[in-house]
Design a protein around this ligand. Sequence first.
Ligand code: FHN
Length: 681
Amino acid sequence: MVPLTRLSLGSGLAALLALHAPAQQPDARLDWWREARFGLFLHWGLYAIPAGEWQGRTDHGEWIRDTARIPVGEYEQLQARWSPVRFDADAWVRMAKDAGMRYVVITTKHHDGFALFDSRHTGWDVMGTPWRRDVMQELADACRRHGLRIGWYHSILDWHHPDYLPRRPWEAGARGAEGAEFARYVEFLHAQVTELLTRYGPIGVMWFDGEWESTWTHAHGKALYELCRRLQPDVIVNNRVDKGRAGMAGMTTGAEFLGDFGTPEQEVPATGVPGVDWESCITMNRHWGWNRADTAWKSDQELIRMLVDIASKGGNLLLNIGPTAAGEFPPESVARLKAIGAWMAAHGEAIHGTTASPFEALPFGRCTVRTRRGASTLYLHVFEWPADGVLMVPGLGNELRGARLLADPDRKVEAVRAGADVRVRIPGPSPDPRCAVVALELAGAPLVYRAPVVAAAHDEFVDELRVELRPGTPGLDVRYTLDGSEPGPGSPRANEPLVLRDTATVRTRTFAGDTARSAVVTRTFTRVRPWPAAGAADTEPGLHLRVQKGAFARIPDLTPLAALQAVAAAAPEVPATFREEDVLHLYEGFLAIQRDGLHEFALTSDDGSRLWIDDRLVVDHDGAHGPQERRGFAPLAQGLHRVRIAWFNRTGGALLRVHSGLAGAALAPVPLEAWRRPRSR
Ligand code: FHN
């Protein structure tokens, strides 16, 4: 039996109470948008004419004026070539509607500044082309004919307007900023937004972008948000109007920033956030604007599962198409819209008007929910069809009222209670391997007893480990066993955290009295021996550093660096003033560990980095990325341990920092005196 010591539960209870703090009332203005769940994003403009190609390179997109460094005068010549003779707004909107999309967001103006609408504030617009048609007017009218909402993508950033600052670095000389006044650009921006919100009828969404440059401030964002809401009080405005977006993860970082929804880009958040509205914008291939050479198309299965995953987390999917210069959707995009539409024809009720899953995770796929007075429907989205035809729905407490297969309503589906869970049996093959959906009819709103939370610093420990067992649903008892047997009503209650001093398998579930209410959670914690310290060595403070120039995308084979002359370094870090690009650092020496234990290490770097201790890879944070942290663990005995840290910086920002601490404790910078190198003779 494992000796146990009991500790107080104060902090755990506080955390549970915070878990269920009341969310602020959702803004009914977004109700249509939440119900929609699915929209079409369109990136269209002059950049469709070169179709991604310029002077032999074929990887450009809507940024081509910048990535191909096209002087503004040369880029302006595209205006005379704009003639999308096959543009048909009705055809576009019908394809979107048939795909199950409920709204369309189109680029009124991208970063190149070219307006796809008739703007009275510039000649750099579609009326200055031989084609002379207002795309926004035609698309807005078509959307209204087909019952879809229309939204405007509008770039704050503008590489054409003489008053926009800053200039692109590569053209700052040729296109000087003398006389440029950003305030005057802001007036122009407001004037065009006013045109877009006063001349085209009710607009569903203002989708701003290009807010990241330093000239755009929170004050500008606030004024622009207020302008939009003053002109159309019901319009929804994304969070890129202001300065609060957390990079490509897209969520808003603080309550002081404006914007009605978060905007993850090319990614789907790991989980939804109750009470937070968000929409992931995703391309069908790799480019937003049309690129003829881009054949990296996502499959319709990938796109359907992405839509399901997003809806199961309470978000929206804004799926992008880059129409061609002729005014057509690429055939690959059309095919994917049709495939998604065929799936939505049978499964749309499991997406539109649904809310997020009440489960933390489901082994077979995802779940969305539709609630109504006194009843609800769980839509079980099955990605992995079970060979035995059985789906287990964990911890579902509701009375069952029926079950059906959306794609094959005549097929027999049996749903029965199995203790704390519900067992759904659907003999035979999946009716849609991309994603089959079982609708489970329930009495009342979903009642899901979440499995207990098993909180511990790590799955391994050196001397002892604190393990906290918390009910996933407040108010239930948590019972557990430590010998691998199934917890029952007579098993010990986890009223306080456990302290393990030997390897143990914890199995736990929640109970209401003697009735099991949740699934069983099983986790094994292993006591390990610490890695032995190196023998006594004559060392001095600091590390050896070897430096190699080169453009790295990943950490290379480090063997060749041994031939390089080492210099002294106080620690594996770079100063905030560090600006060197295309460089690799290799730090080597010892790390002095003060006491036996499971130690945790955090590497924060821009770009990639790796940490080895005693030649074992402890943190792998390789790859080209921005300033991000990654952690790892190592069981270490007191004494000196060999250490190596490799880090490279490509271009732009540079950052390297190492924090450490005993697992479960707060991490702190490694003390300088802990870095040791062999004493130089
Ligand atoms: O720079 C733009 C990019 O061209 C594209 O419009 C995406 C889609 O939202 N947004 C910006 C990149 O984050």
